[in-house]
Unconditional design. Structure first.
Length: 85
């Protein structure tokens, strides 16, 4: 396997350190999986996409509380959103 060296912003490095400890996996494995997902064109979907058949199905009493346009990015998971906890 070849070695790749890259520079990342401090907040991204901190996130990667934390995530590595949480998963008990090396940082290189996490980055490798992210690169493979990007290469394979994996698409990430929001919670709205996953639950679109349920959104707005039950009345909450609040006007527009479950309207799809308000929930478009709720729970969005992608390689570009590194500011997750």
């Amino acid at each position: 396997m070849r070695t790749l060296t890259l520079k990342v912003p401090g907040d991204l490095a901190d996130w990667l350190d934390k995530r590595s400890r949480e998963l008990n996996r090396p940082k290189s494995e996490i980055v490798r999986q992210a690169l493979l997902a990007q290469r394979n064109g994996e698409k990430f979907e929001s919670l709205l996409d996953r639950a679109s058949d349920l959104v707005g199905k039950y009345a909450s009493g609040k006007k527009d509380s479950s309207h799809k346009k308000h929930l478009k990015t709720l729970g969005l998971k992608s390689l570009g959103s590194w500011k997750r906890s």
